[in-house]
Design a protein around this ligand. Structure first.
Ligand code: AMP
Ligand code: MG
Length: 400
């Protein structure tokens, strides 16, 4: 059996960022930039007033100025400022030539055809010089930048209508098992509702992927093969859950061995020992165990970094913290165990962890409200209260 770290390395060696595509910048939120973006023009492109007021000459000492015109944002008039005169301007208006300062409306009083200045003046005040915010030719966003709200605004600002990005990975998700019924259907004796398909499709969304619902397949080779073929046709990656254990009806591994290449099929981890990674014609297939916690923890540990890499991200790992256990934790040595926990940051800077109760692989409630996975190393057994362990931080800290 390989370690968790080895498994992640094997996966990331196989995964490449998806081929970049050119799309409208307004559709690029949440994606990663696949080119450098420069400012073709300076910003602001002209000397702009930063307040409503009067454009004038600062060195001119007369307390009243003759009003010679008005300049509003969005317009350029040929009005000029000379000694003893002023031009009314609005925020964002080009500062008329001749003027070297703008005085705020609040420090003036306008009369009939003149304005009185009630504050000392300084050259350049309330004028945003050309290129103050972006110099012409400046690198604005580099290849690899994540496009959030400010970045989309920057693309709009520099007039980058079309942008080269790494597309979001389309991820086909299927469940396997004769016992599974759709959540809305009545449950007959021996059956349970399919939950993995829905938790995994949501997990795909949470990392910016596009889930494709491939439905559920029975424990029979024909339906698996048909659904896989459909998935390979539509998706950049495939997730399955269930059917990777050692049972007679666990058909996923034999299928992957026959149709593709299995890169590993067992990891020294709990939950998620039978997690299997394969490629079929270089499409990655992540076959996860059926227990609801095993499936989601396996997603977090193995699938999340892979999907981020496909989407062009270079930061693939979650932040980690050393946390102090507030109670003893049972852990059998031999496998790296991921226990779900709530971590709070204390006033003294320490991080304290409480596990979310019983940690059974079927108890999905153990993931509800958790913001961390404690990483209990395989070399060591039980941990006493007060011990420090490493935690993968999956959500915002609780408390203060
Ligand atoms: P398996 O990995 O197929 O042996 O399944 C392990 C356990 O997980 C069994 O108790 C299954 O009934 C359960 N299970 C498998 N698939 C799902 C699913 N999609 N949703 C909820 N539970 C599942
Ligand atoms: Mg099964």
């Amino acid at each position: 059996m390989i370690s968790v770290e080895e498994a992640i390395n094997i996966i990331l060696q196989q995964i490449r960022p998806l081929p970049p595509q050119r799309i409208s910048f307004a559709d690029a939120w949440g994606l990663v930039l696949a080119e450098d973006v420069y400012a073709a023009e300076p910003m602001p492109p002209f000397r702009a007033a930063s307040v409503d007021g009067y454009a004038l000459i600062a060195g001119d000492t007369s307390p009243t100025r003759r009003l010679v015109g008005q300049q509003s944002a969005g317009y350029v008039s040929d009005v000029e400022v000379a000694a003893g005169t002023a031009v009314r301007v609005t925020t964002g208006a080009p500062v008329p030539s001749g003027a070297d300062a703008v005085v705020m409306l609040e420090f003036t009083e306008e009369g009939d055809g003149y304005v009185e200045i009630k504050t000392p003046l300084e050259v350049g005040s309330n004028i945003r010089p050309v290129g103050q915010d972006l110099a012409q030719g400046q690198l604005v966003l580099a290849h690899g930048a994540s496009l959030g709200a400010p970045e989309i605004g920057l693309l709009a600002m520099v007039g980058k209508a079309e942008v080269l990005i790494y597309p979001a990975p389309r991820v086909g998700v299927m469940s396997t098992g004769d016992e599974l019924v759709e959540p809305g259907e009545p449950v007959k004796p021996g059956q349970i509702r399919d939950s993995n398909r829905f938790s995994l499709m949501s997990a795909v969304r949470e990392v910016g992927g596009i889930p494709i619902d491939l439905g559920k397949v029975t424990d029979e080779a024909g339906t698996l093969q048909e659904t896989m073929a459909r998935g390979l046709h539509q998706a950049d990656a495939i997730l399955t859950s269930g059917g990777v254990s050692m049972g007679q009806l666990d058909l996923v591994k034999p299928y992957l061995a026959e149709r593709g290449t299995i890169h590993f099929g067992r990891v020294r981890a709990k939950p998620g020992k039978p997690v299997t990674f394969a490629t079929i014609n270089s499409v990655p297939v992540f076959a996860m165990p059926g227990f609801p916690v095993s499936a989601l923890v396996s997603f977090e540990v193995y699938v999340r970094p892979a999907l981020l890499k496909m989407a062009g991200h270079t930061r693939l790992d979650r932040p980690r913290r050393r946390v102090t256990l507030t109670h003893s934790v049972f852990h059998a040595a031999g496998r790296t165990e991921f226990q779900r926990a709530v971590v709070t940051r204390e006033g003294d800077g320490r991080y304290m962890a409480v596990t979310t109760g019983l940690q059974g692989s079927g108890r999905l409630l153990s993931m509800h409200g958790a913001n961390a996975l404690l990483v209990l190393p395989y070399q060591q057994g039980d941990f006493p209260g007060g011990a420090e362990v490493e935690a993968i931080i999956t959500g915002p800290f609780q408390g203060t």
